[in-house]
Design a protein around this ligand. Structure first.
Ligand code: GUN
Length: 279
């Protein structure tokens, strides 16, 4: 039997705690999101982030742009938001259709980088200094810890993803004693690597990429990929194919997605507290 890892229920519990904390603050924390282009999964994701912010009492602003928007105008908007004292978190929804994500993310004030993707925050995480840590990575690790128990993390993890998502996760897993390898969908030896994984984390946005031929029996599968198809939101893992091979799997939707949103709220609160203290 494959155990389903219910991110939605855990995220709802975290969100309740955040709501209580926000209610006790002297002013509202604020989040601004830049959303570029028409990717349906990105639009769905941003709506979920808006709903979560509104439910816990975080001020929310959305800036929408066409897919051809020049990169510099995104950077200009970020600089304007960096200077605003009522905005504590800034997030650029990914993927960007044509603009360079590294350059755009670099423009965010690291103290407002609630996605934890800024290279300064990654360096701080590597150096074990206080920082804003990737919300996706925090969500994944929290879900695994709550599901298998903190002292029973699997020994060997493989992450199939771009470095932006994979690196913070690799650092957190290694800190917890999990030997971790990063690879990508194009790797010619992908299945040889994934079949070694006791913990397989996939974030490529390629529906059905992972079938049972890629999975070690008894592995825990974490599906971060989210694509909107005519059948609704689907992950990178072919659920039907792996369901009797894996010991546990996150559903899409209802697995990592809600956890990322919950950890984003945690990061907004942390950014608010940092900024009240140091700015
Ligand atoms: N696209 C898919 N997941 C994420 C995320 O966690 N943050 C951002 N900015 N974009 C995403």
């Amino acid at each position: 039997m494959t155990h389903i890892l219910n991110g939605k229920a855990l995220a709802a519990r975290i969100q309740k705690k955040i709501q209580t904390r926000v209610e006790s603050l002297p002013s509202k924390p604020g989040l601004a999101i830049l959303l570029v282009g028409e990717d349906p999964a990105s639009h769905t994701y941003v709506q979920l982030k808006r709903k979560a912010c509104e439910e816990v009492g975080i001020h929310f602003e959305l800036f929408l742009y066409p897919s051809t928007q020049p990169e510099q105008t995104l950077i200009d908007k970020i600089q304007e938001l960096n200077a605003r004292s009522d905005i504590h978190g800034i997030l650029v929804q990914l993927p960007l259709p044509s603009q360079n994500a590294d350059r755009v993310i670099f423009a965010i004030d690291p103290l407002k980088d609630v996605d934890g993707f800024h290279p300064f925050n990654l360096e701080k995480l590597r150096a074990h200094q206080p920082s804003l840590v990737s919300a996706v990575a925090l969500g994944v690790v929290r879900l695994i810890r709550e599901s298998v128990g903190t002292d029973r993390l699997p020994p060997h993890a493989v992450i199939v993803s771009s470095p932006l998502f994979a690196q913070p996760l690799e650092i957190l897993l290694k800190e917890s004693g999990v030997q971790t390898v990063i690879t990508q969908a194009e790797d010619k030896h992908l299945s040889e690597k994934t079949k070694q994984a006791d913990l397989l984390i996939v974030a490529e946005g390629i529906p059905g990429l992972i079938t049972k031929e890629f999975v070690k029996p008894g592995a825990i599968l974490i599906d971060v990929g989210t694509t909107r198809t005519s059948e609704g939101l689907v992950g990178d893992v072919d659920f039907e194919s792996v369901k009797n091979v894996a010991s546990a799997i996150t559903p899409v939707p209802g697995g990592v997605g809600p956890m990322t949103v919950a950890m984003l709220l945690v990061n907004i609160l942390k950014a608010y507290e940092f900024q009240k203290k140091y700015l």
